[in-house]
Design a protein around this ligand. Structure first.
Ligand SMILES: [Mg+2]
Length: 402
């Protein structure tokens, strides 16, 4: 089998998605997600100008060799743009191989290690009572794990909390919006949210929380300690992860489990975090971390150090990523949990898929390959629109981490 052509589709059914389609001389094609939220066209250009020309004529079954060719062959390695472009190619090749062998991708990864993929939902509200109501709604839908984020008294808006009655969606069309932040107000508020949640829902439900990179290590240590009585599943991204050693300080002070990695791209970004056992869950995604070929290596390395996966799965990734993540989560041994935000009806219509949710778990389906398609005619009705993630400043105007 030979790759004959490849093309990139950028569509915006509510938000932007970048899709790579690789076609072969046997009529089989594969799809890969290359969406990099807020920087979509950089990946599009990388694919069109630099990777696609190198793919034509290659055997799509030689996935490892193609991966190494694109990674090592660039000389300028790593980074979110490069790794998302390679991730899209890799996903599409696994899709082709599954279709050619007439088997779902999870079988290519070693087969099922479990019956279903435990997922966590998002719940948020303008204050604690509204957040508790939102958690209750997710439990009613069947979720066994829920991430809770609450508005903070004295702050007009914050990460994770929706505006109006819409689902939470940070990417906005046009230039970046700006919000103001106070770590002091945040740290005073969060323990109360989880005290209330445990009172209301008992110990059986898994509760999670995302700090979204906004604390220093010692602030995160304080939060982790104060949350210990409420037995969280994890706190996510307590500090920015460029400095892997920052997690050592947090770890010395608290037994609240830690998760990070959604903004990381390679095993080299996380090797100290994992080897030193400073985290419990690694959150890198198939799309941003070079596809199945690289994320499988990261997961296997993590398994040696008691670290499990907890892959990012917000709506900033397309349904192709979601489907791929479910094959991955079903197959690998050290799976922990998978994030799940349902896509909009518009997005689901553009990307028909086999995966499903039932009673807290998701299932990738048994279609060959990834089990996700793209309706290119419908996609064409939603042209790309520039969008950005918001900017965050401290109360005195200092630019801070979003
Ligand atoms: Mg996150």
């Amino acid at each position: 089998m030979k790759i004959t052509t490849a093309s990139v589709n950028v569509c915006s059914p509510g938000r932007n998605f970048t899709t790579l389609k690789i076609e072969t001389d046997e009529g089989i094609y594969g799809l890969g997600d290359g969406t990099l939220n807020g920087r979509e066209l950089a990946v599009v250009s990388y694919l069109r100008e630099h990777l696609i020309p190198c793919l034509i004529g290659r055997d799509p079954f030689q996935i490892e060799d193609i991966w190494q060719y694109l990674y090592r062959g660039a000389y300028w390695r790593r980074g979110p743009v490069t790794m998302s472009a390679i991730g899209a190619v890799d996903m599409a090749l696994w899709d082709i191989k599954g279709k050619a062998l007439n088997t779902p991708a999870y079988n290519l990864l070693g087969g099922k290690s479990r019956n279903g993929v435990l997922v966590y939902a998002h719940a948020n509200g303008a204050d604690i009572e509204q957040t508790i109501d939102a958690v209750a709604r997710q439990i009613d839908l069947g979720y066994l794990a829920v991430r809770a984020q609450s508005g903070i008294p004295g702050l007009a808006s914050t990460y994770g909390v929706a505006k109006g009655n819409k689902p939470y969606e940070p990417a906005e069309r046009g230039l970046p919006s700006e919000s103001l932040w106070s770590t002091e107000k945040y740290l005073r508020h969060v323990p109360e949210l989880f005290e209330r949640a445990r009172q209301q829902f008992g110990e059986d439900i898994h509760l999670l929380h995302d700090c979204h990179h906004r604390l220093t290590p010692i602030e995160a240590a304080r939060l982790g300690k104060e949350l210990e009585p409420y037995h969280l599943f994890w706190i996510e991204d307590p500090v920015p992860a460029e400095l892997q050693e920052g997690f050592r300080v947090i770890r010395q002070h608290t037994t609240t489990p830690l998760a990070t990695g959604e903004a990381l791209n390679t095993i080299w970004d996380a090797q100290e975090l994992i080897r030193e056992q400073w985290i419990d869950y690694i959150r890198m995604t198939l799309v941003h971390a070079g596809g199945f070929t690289h994320l499988k290596k990261i997961a296997d390395f993590a398994a040696l150090f008691h670290v499990r996966t907890g892959c990012h799965g917000a709506t900033d990734l397309s349904p192709i990523s979601m489907g791929a993540a479910l094959h991955f989560g079903l197959a690998i041994h050290n799976f922990g949990i998978q994030e799940h935000m349902p896509h909009s009806a518009e997005t689901d219509a553009v990307f028909p898929h086999q995966y499903s949710f039932d009673a807290g778990y998701m299932y990738p389906g048994d279609a060959p390959g990834l089990g996700v398609e793209i309706d290119e005619t419908l996609a064409a009705k939603y042209p790309y629109q520039r969008a950005y993630l918001p900017i965050n400043r401290k109360m005195d105007g200092t630019l801070f981490d979003w």
